[in-house]
Design a protein around this ligand. Structure first.
Ligand code: TMP
Length: 243
């Protein structure tokens, strides 16, 4: 069987740390696990990430429509090349650090693009593939942004960039963290609405708790859904893209 788990949350919510921790634990326990990060995890997705973060067109901002299609182009590629083939083979546990809910939260609630239309775009990009389980790491935007700010001031630029998943651009600023606190509040409200609409898929996690406590909470939820560890193949699934 395959299990598809996504992690969602605002800036500095700690979702990437938790996605990685879960992936490592699954591998340690001999499960086949693949960790994906959106946008990224395919050659096209990495280009999209570089474009979104690097602003090769100069100081001009990208229109909201173009931004939407860049994120969803990366998602369409990831679903077509990685997620769907794995699901067809019924192989492993797929962990996605952000997926379709990010578009509804950021472009829908944050940028105020029409939600119903975003649902259609998402549906086209994902071919209807939804996670079985979604962890929403919820915290006050002030708290999350403070964590991101601390990382950026404490670490040299390149290391902060890596720690923040490639969101620091060449001038040392970040695209979404610079938005108003209202923007981040709307994203939080949007995520909580999504969780309310689909309680069977979402688990809301209080991101103010310690990393260890959150990891334990997540593990206890995931372990209930796991089949016996697979004895076929290497535990860590690797991404392969033919040239
Ligand atoms: P990250 O926080 O996982 O590195 O994600 C990169 C940024 O892109 C983050 O600020 C959220 C934003 N984003 C969207 O606005 N829409 C999307 O569909 C996705 C996947 C990310």
């Amino acid at each position: 069987m395959s299990l598809f788990i996504s992690f969602e949350g605002g800036e500095g919510s700690g979702k990437s740390t938790q996605a990685e921790t879960l992936h490592k634990r699954l591998v340690d326990e001999h499960y086949q696990s693949l960790l994906l990060h959106e946008p990224g995890s395919t050659p096209l997705g990495r280009h999209m990430r570089d474009l979104l973060k690097g602003r090769p067109w100069g100081g001009e901002t990208i229109s909201h429509g173009a931004e939407l299609f860049m994120f969803t182009a990366a998602r369409a590629e990831l679903v077509a090349k990685v997620i769907k083939p794995l699901m067809r083979q019924q192989r492993g546990i797929i962990i996605a650090d952000r997926y379709a809910d990010s578009t509804i939260a950021y472009q829908g609630y944050g940028r105020r693009m029409p939600i119903e239309e975003l649902v259609t775009v998402n549906h086209l990009a994902t071919q209807g593939v939804l996670p079985d389980l979604t962890f929403l790491l919820d915290c006050a935007p002030e708290e999350g942004l403070k964590r991101v700010g601390e990382l950026q001031t404490v670490l040299p630029l390149e290391i902060a960039d890596e720690a923040l998943g490639g969101r620091v651009d060449r001038e040392g600023t970040t695209r979404f963290e610079e938005e108003s606190i209202d923007f981040h509040e709307r994203i939080r409200v949007g995520y909580l609405k999504l969780a309310e609409q689909e309680p069977e898929r979402f688990r809301i996690i209080d991101a103010a708790k310690s990393i260890e406590k959150i990891a334990e909470q997540i593990w206890s939820i995931v372990s209930e859904k796991l089949p016996g560890p697979s004895d076929a193949g290497p535990p860590e699934l690797k991404l392969e893209f033919p040239a």
